[in-house]
Each structure stands twice: as structure tokens, then as C-alpha cells.
Design a protein around this ligand. Structure first.
Ligand code: SF4
Length: 721
């Protein structure tokens, strides 16, 4: 029984993209418990992370003072990926005042910029912003990189998340947003969930899917792993890892050649159907069944059920996007919806499930190297001119060439072309593919500044560490997977001298010669005043972003949640989009055929198994927050490698036995978990654990369009230790 709280503050969950609203119950400046409230995405529901993942904010490991690396202190990219001990921290860093630390941070960037006249894509400086921060923080971060560093070398974890989905959606539909909110599953008769594990990664979203099934919707789960949602499914398609295009093109072939398309929709709203039909001729179910491992009858049955459903909806996750053919995978899903007209109505459409709580908002705000806020391409002259006017820049300041992406920036740092980086709340030492390579690149920088709430594996390699406020310690907007902009509210004070990321960015900007005068509060608070602080930042975003033109700071403060597009003050917001055409020059969507390509690295004699990486219910991404949340850490305290029982038996392994998992890039040792749902000869490792970091193994090979790495497939060897 919780004691009565002195204070109750409504906010938004800091973890996944579902965007559940919650109430922090606070006593004496500490969160004591959390309750779900009736937000549009959750109606009071919370998963275990939302309910119990809050005490990380009060961890004794929080950064409370700025740190500056001691002269000559080692940066050890090859050491074990473990938290530094307090003695190691003291050996490597000294505490500093904010003025000292900000001066040192700015001076390092000035030095790097003075070392060369190269700017734009060849700038010696780059920045990784964060999908864990607010929209305002993301907006200010990309503005700082673009204006102070004169480069579009700014990216964030969307590159490792849905970059390929975004590329395919922009190409096909002219917009990368979800067409329908997740809760629209209640209006669907048929659901295709592919390459996603919502029961673990979007748990409250999964409850809506299960409710839809109870009401009679047919659920098809397409995933090499038989995950929890399979129990609720009409069919589970356990296809061979990496053969998504074979599976989906076989479905498209069935629909197109059995005459199950919607000719009126195709005629009115799409381009290039004839080319798509010709392309699909080679992808009959008979030809594709041996490739994807799903029998012909099932491929045809599922395709027919999708095409003939009254309303059918597709939801997908990183199983689709994190491949060297991720853009092709997403092109197939887009084509499925378009040729059947399963789009533009409630209960239909395309929903790439966004991962982090603000990956949608951070992308909208322009934390992407090829687009300005609201996906206005940097190559678009009028869009650049509008930003230059608003940001009071000389005409021509913003370049027209896209910047480098996450993996490209790391590679450029490795080649010593990028010399200095600013990282806000991201942990590439753990999250990037081939993590040893990423750590070498970070350690080799002349100047690395990291803003974070903990001394993460990345911050441990920094020259200057700036202690930031955690999610419950600041007010700002956040946009969930449904395009719903919600207000996160400050509930507790930050520890020690920790300051809001937006304040840090503004102070850095001023030291780098920019005349920013938002007056962001250092303690993360915000008021109703739209001319000062976070309110002023939001209003500037609104002036640059047509999608939220009708959402004023005052309206957001009043309503707390509004779904964009919201074009004017009278617009209630538009949960379902593309009801009559698409935001392309012709108003039509493009049908793009997908080619069949193997993964970049296939199993062979030395590395005979496939590794899939991902998340698990109790931990979020690199674990920096959830592994410091006492209940979540108690539930899942250590890394595991999941194997099918027969595979484990063949390898001489059993539940709890210690296994060594080795790829061409690295190795980890960790206990085995037996999982009947795993495909044979395949291993699954969550990437939250530094002591067995899955990304030491993963392949950095990129999708050529989306520039996303193949985190869902690489060749490994597994054996007893
Ligand atoms: Fe938080 Fe996602 Fe769980 Fe909701 S479903 S409580 S947003 S982690």
C-alpha cells in the first residue's frame, strides 16, 4: 500500500513509442510509484517498464557535476564494457564548474573547426542527438549542429531503427508517418504483424492487438521467432530469417495474378502498377516457398485473406527495417496496402512501430542528415531559405548536400575525418553495429562531448561530460508512434548540478557565437509563456513545421495530447491520413518492386549460425535506465542467449550453461536460455547488456538507401565455454 503522495504529476512514459500517459506520485522530491492514466494511447494501461522503470532517476550513479578528462587519462576502447568504478572515474576525470565545462566543450569544437575549411558533409564535426529527449531538445540540437558547425552531419537512433522504413515511405507515399494510430487495430478484420514483437517491445500496443483478436480480427504474425503474440494469431509464419522479400513478394504475386487487387484504387491513387506486375512475375509462391520456408498453400491463403478483408492493417518493426534489404522489405508492405486499397480508412494502413518514446518527434524535429524539420529536404532550396530566414542566417549558410548518417559518421571518425563530436543522450559504444569499431572511433576523436544522465559506455570515452536532467525532471513535448504530440511534465528536481539538455545546448550555442536568447530554464521547468524558454522553442518549431502549424504551446499545455497533422487552431488533429491521395507532386503513391537480395553475411563453415539481436520486455535499448531500475533489474538481471532446445542439445548446451558466441567482429560469453519459439540454428541476444554486448558481434553492412545496419542478421559460431 503506497502512502498518500504529496504531489501527483501527469506525464508520459520515457520508454517505448506507444506513449502511455502516467502519473508520477512524488514524496519529498522522489517518485514513489507510478500509475497509468487515460491517455489516448493507453487508457490507463502500463506495462512493467512504465510501472516500475522510474527509480533510475534517483540512482546514486546519476551524474551530478560536469566532468573534464584529466590530461593524459586513458581512453580504453578495448577494455571490458563495464561501468567504471568510482576510483576509475576519479582517475580519469575531474569535477568542473559549468562555466569551465562549457568553455572546454566549446573550445574543442572551435579548434576542430579551425583545423580545416571543410564544411558540410566533410566537416570535422558531427552530432548525435537523442530520441530519449523532448522535441524541443532535438530541435535545438539539430539547429546547433547545422548553424554552429555548418554541417548536416547530425543523426540519431532512428538510423538504427526505422531509417529504411522512412526511406521507402518517403519514396512511395511522400511522407514517412504512420497512416493510422495503433489503436486502430480495433477497427481491423485482419492484422499482419511482421518483424515485430509488440508483446515485449510495445506491450500496451500488444494488448490492443489481443483485444482486436478477441473481437474477431484475424492476426497473422510473420516472424522467424515464435513470440508471445503467436498464441493469439490465426497463423504464425515462421519464415527463414532474411527472406522477407521472398515472403512478401509471393503474397503480392498471389494478389496481383489472382485478380484480388482494387483496380479503382490503383487507377485513382497509384503510379507504376504495370511495372510492378511485370516485376512480380518471377515471384510466384511456388518459386518463393523454398526460399522463405512457408508452404505455397499458406502463402496464398494469407495473401487472399489480407486482400479480401474489409479492413486490413500492417504493423512492422525492426525485423523488417534492420536489414541491408530493409528498404526493399518496406517497399513490399507499402505495395501490399496500395494494390489492395487497404489504406486511408480506419483499421487499415501502414504502421511502422516506432521504438523509443520520442523517435518520431526527434525525426520530425530534424535530427536527420538529409532533412530539415518536418522532413523538408536539405536539397530543397525554398525550405533551406525559410529555415535561414527563421534562424537569422546569411543566405546560403545551409548546404544542399545531405550530411553523414550514424554508421558513416563513426566510419569517418575512424578515418580521422570527423575530429570532434557532440553526443546528447545516445550510447553508440553499445548501440552501434560492430561496437568495438565504434568504440575505437569514439576514443580516437580529438574532442568528444557527451550530455547524459549516467556515465554510459560512451560518456566514459568523453573529454567533457555534461550531466543532464532525466525524463521526470523536465517539461517538454514528445511525439509517440501515432503522431500524437503529448506533454511530459517535470515532477522532481534534478540531482546536484544536473541541467536540462535544452539549457546545455543554448549555453553551448552562445559560446560558439550564436545569439540564441530563448532563456531555457536550467532546471528543466517550463511555463505557459510562449515567448520564453521551452515555449519559445516550441513556437519556433511550429513556425517551421507545417504539420504542427495549428498546435500552439498554449493549446498543447491546455490539451496535453494532439495528433498531427494539425493545420490550424480549429483542426482537431488527423489520426488517419492519406484518405484521398498522397503528399507527392502528383498526389499519387509510387509502387516500387523489391528485389531479392541475400543478407550481407551468410552462415558458413566457420560461423554456421544466424544471430538476431533485439530488445526484451524488462529492458530498454542499451539498458542505461532500465538496468538501474531496481524492479526491472531484479526481473532480468543478466544477459542470455536464447536457443531452440534442439540446437542447444546439438551444441552440448543446456539452460544456464555458459556459451561463447563469436562472429567475425567479436565474441561474448553468456548463459543459455532455452526458447521453444526460436528457429533452429539461430541465436537471439538482447543488446541491453554491456557485459555481453550483442553489438560486438553485429554486422555494420548498410542498406544502400536507408543507411541502416543489418542488426537482425549476421553469422556466428556458438559453443560451450
Ligand atoms: Fe511505457 Fe511503452 Fe510500456 Fe507504455 S507500453 S508503459 S509507453 S514502455
Amino acid at each position: 500500500f503506497a502512502k498518500p503522495s504529496q504531489q501527483q504529476v501527469d506525464s508520459v512514459c520515457p520508454f517505448c513509442g506507444v506513449g502511455c500517459q502516467l502519473t508520477y506520485h512524488v514524496n519529498d522530491g522522489k517518485i514513489e510509484h507510478v500509475e497509468g492514466i487515460a491517455g489516448p494511447a493507453n487508457e490507463g494501461r502500463l506495462c512493467v517498464k512504465g510501472r516500475f522503470g522510474f527509480d533510475y532517476a534517483h540512482s546514486p550513479e546519476r551524474l551530478t557535476r560536469p566532468l573534464i578528462r584529466r590530461a593524459g587519462a586513458p581512453k580504453d576502447p578495448h577494455g571490458e564494457l563495464r561501468r567504471l568504478t568510482p576510483e576509475q572515474v576519479r582517475e580519469r576525470f575531474r569535477e568542473a564548474t559549468w562555466d569551465e565545462a562549457l568553455d572546454a566543450a566549446a573550445e574543442g569544437f572551435r579548434r576542430a573547426l579551425a583545423s580545416t575549411v571543410a564544411r558540410g558533409r566533410r566537416s570535422p564535426v558531427a552530432g548525435f542527438g537523442s530520441a530519449k529527449g523532448t522535441n524541443e531538445e532535438a530541435y535545438l540540437f539539430q539547429k546547433l549542429v547545422r548553424t554552429a558547425f555548418e554541417t548536416h552531419n547530425v543523426d540519431h537512433c532512428t538510423r538504427l531503427c526505422h531509417a529504411s522504413s522512412v526511406a521507402a515511405l518517403m519514396e512511395g507515399l511522400g511522407s514517412a508517418v504512420v497512416t493510422n494510430p495503433l489503436r486502430d487495430v480495433q477497427h481491423a478484420d485482419f492484422l499482419l504483424v511482421i518483424g515485430a514483437n509488440p508483446a515485449q517491445n510495445h506491450p500496451v500496443g500488444a494488448t490492443w492487438i489481443k483485444n482486436a483478436v478477441k473481437k474477431g480480427a484475424r492476426l497473422v504474425l510473420a516472424d522467424p521467432r515464435r513470440t508471445e503474440l503467436a498464441r493469439h494469431s490465426w497463423k504464425h509464419l515462421g519464415f527463414q530469417p532474411g527472406t522477407d522479400v521472398a515472403l512478401l513478394n509471393a503474397m503480392l504475386h498471389t494478389i496481383v495474378f489472382e485478380g484480388l487487387t482494387d483496380p479503382a484504387y490503383i487507377e485513382a491513387h497509384t503510379l507504376d502498377f504495370a511495372q510492378l506486375k511485370a516485376h512480380l512475375a518471377d515471384f510466384s509462391p511456388e518459386a518463393m516457398a523454398p526460399v522463405c520456408g512457408i508452404d505455397v498453400a499458406t502463402l496464398r491463403e494469407v495473401a487472399r485473406a489480407y486482400a479480401t478483408a474489409k479492413n486490413a492493417m500492417i504493423l512492422w518493426g525492426m525485423g523488417i527495417s534492420q536489414h541491408t534489404h530493409g528498404t526493399d522489405n518496406a517497399r513490399c508492405l507499402i505495395a501490399l496496402a496500395l494494390v489492395t486499397g487497404q489504406i486511408g480508412r480506419p483499421g487499415t494502413g501502414l504502421h511502422p512501430l516506432r521504438g523509443q518514446n520520442n523517435v518520431q518527434g526527434a525525426s520530425d524535429a530534424g535530427l536527420i542528415p538529409m532533412v530539415l524539420p518536418d522532413y523538408q529536404r536539405v536539397a530543397d532550396g525554398p525550405a533551406r531559405e525559410k529555415a535561414e530566414r527563421l534562424w537569422k542566417l546569411a543566405p546560403g549558410t545551409l548546404g544542399s548536400e545531405p550530411g553523414l548518417t550514424v554508421v558513416e559518421i563513426v566510419d569517418a571518425a575512424h578515418r580521422k575525418e570527423i575530429r570532434a563530436m557532440l553526443i546528447q543522450g545516445e550510447n553508440p559504444a553499445m548501440s552501434d553495429p560492430d561496437a568495438a569499431h565504434a568504440r575505437e572511433a569514439l576514443a580516437g576523436l580529438d574532442h568528444l562531448v557527451v550530455q547524459d544522465i549516467f556515465l554510459t559506455e560512451t560518456a566514459s570515452l568523453a573529454d567533457v561530460v555534461l550531466p543532464a536532467t532525466a525524463w521526470p525532471e523536465k517539461t517538454g513535448s514528445v511525439t509517440n508512434t501515432d503522431r500524437c504530440v503529448q506533454l511530459g511534465r517535470k515532477a522532481v528536481p534534478a540531482p546536484g548540478d544536473a541541467r536540462a539538455d535544452a539549457w546545455i545546448t543554448e549555453q553551448l550555442a552562445r559560446r560558439l557565437g550564436l545569439d540564441w536568447a530563448y532563456g531555457v530554464a536550467p532546471d528543466g521547468s517550463a511555463t505557459d509563456d510562449a515567448t520564453q524558454g521551452i515555449g519559445a522553442v516550441f513556437e519556433e518549431m511550429r513556425a517551421l513545421m507545417p504539420s504542427i502549424a495549428g498546435l500552439s504551446w498554449a493549446r498543447l499545455r491546455r490539451q496535453g495530447a494532439v495528433t498531427y497533422p494539425v493545420v490550424d487552431a480549429e483542426d482537431p488533429g488527423q489520426p488517419v491520413v492519406f484518405t484521398d491521395g498522397f503528399p507527392t507532386p502528383t498526389g499519387r503513391a509510387s509502387l516500387v518492386g523489391a528485389v531479392l537480395k541475400p543478407p550481407a553475411e551468410e552462415p558458413d563453415v566457420e560461423f554456421p549460425m544466424v544471430l538476431i539481436t533485439g530488445r526484451q520486455l524488462e529492458h530498454w535499448h542499451t539498458g542505461s535506465m532500465t538496468r538501474r531500475s531496481s524492479v526491472l533489474d531484479a526481473l532480468e538481471p543478466s544477459p542470455v542467449v536464447s536457443l531452440h532446445p534442439e540446437t542447444a542439445r546439438r551444441l552440448g548446451l543446456w539452460a544456464g550453461a555458459q556459451a561463447q558466441v563469436r562472429s567475425r567482429r567479436g565474441e561474448v560469453a553468456l548463459p543459455v536460455r532455452i526458447d521453444e519459439g526460436m528457429p533452429r540454428e539461430t541465436a537471439f541476444i538482447p543488446f541491453a547488456y554491456a557485459e555481453a554486448a550483442a553489438n560486438l558481434l553485429t554486422n555494420p553492412a548498410l542498406d544502400p538507401v536507408g543507411k541502416i545496419a543489418e542488426l537482425k542478421y549476421c553469422a556466428v559460431d556458438v559453443r560451450p565455454v
